[in-house]
Design a protein around this ligand. Structure first.
Ligand code: FMN
Length: 187
């Protein structure tokens, strides 16, 4: 089983990065192959609303998103990991998600197979404050993304009051929840 983690934080060894590593460790403990993509390291443009597009759900813009599409298609489960930035997902998350507009069009407008198989998905997030509505905003977008790539929104983990780099390490209960989430996703 291949589990793909998508890190949408700009901070390496930040809270999302550490939490996602725990999820992937949990998945690995059940024998899954794991891979982590760090969106901030990729070179890709936001959706260009191309007039010319294919009808198979593919995107014609030739940049690092092509590798992301392929990895998601090959994955047996996907984890989207984003901090809350200004009450929503990070810009890195949103830039990636918008690039699935062609897949959304193929599935919902053209009612075609958009090339993504049915897999389980998990969404994990952290924020400095304790605002439930910020997690709910982020969750709504994550759910929409998962529906587009045919992933079921199976698990979530929200960690409030996590602000400075590495704060999550002082919260073993969250780290355990992340590990357990990964283990469940892999079984
Ligand atoms: C640009 C930016 C915007 C942020 N906006 C919010 C916000 O709206 N609400 C909140 O609770 N925390 C906000 N935060 C705090 C982050 O969610 C918090 O520091 C989180 O732990 C960062 O995760 P990371 O270490 O994985 O990057 C913001 C941080 C940044 C850098």
């Amino acid at each position: 089983m291949k589990i793909l983690g998508i890190n949408a934080s700009p901070r390496i060894k930040g809270n999302i990065d550490l939490l996602l590593d725990k999820v992937l460790q949990g998945a690995g403990s059940k024998g899954a192959d794991t891979e982590k993509i760090i969106l901030n390291k990729l070179k890709f443009v936001p959706c260009q609303e191309c007039a010319k597009m294919t009808d198979d759900g593919g995107c014609l813009v030739d940049d690092d998103m092509q590798a992301v599409y392929k990895k998601i298609k090959e994955a047996d489960a996907v984890v989207l990991a984003s901090p809350v930035f200004f009450g929503s997902l990070s810009a890195q998350s949103k830039m990636m998600i918008d690039r699935f507009q062609c897949a959304w069009r193929a599935k919902y407008i053209l009612k075609k197979d958009n090339g993504y198989k049915k897999i389980p998905g998990a969404f994990i997030s952290v924020e400095g404050s304790r605002r439930k509505d910020f997690f709910e905003n982020s969750k709504a977008i994550a759910r929409n993304f998962f529906a587009t790539i045919n992933a079921s929104y199976k698990y979530e983990l929200f960690c409030p009051a996590i602000e400075a780099k590495g704060d999550i390490l002082s919260h073993p209960a969250y780290l355990k929840k992340a590990f357990d989430l990964g283990a469940k996703l892999a079984t």
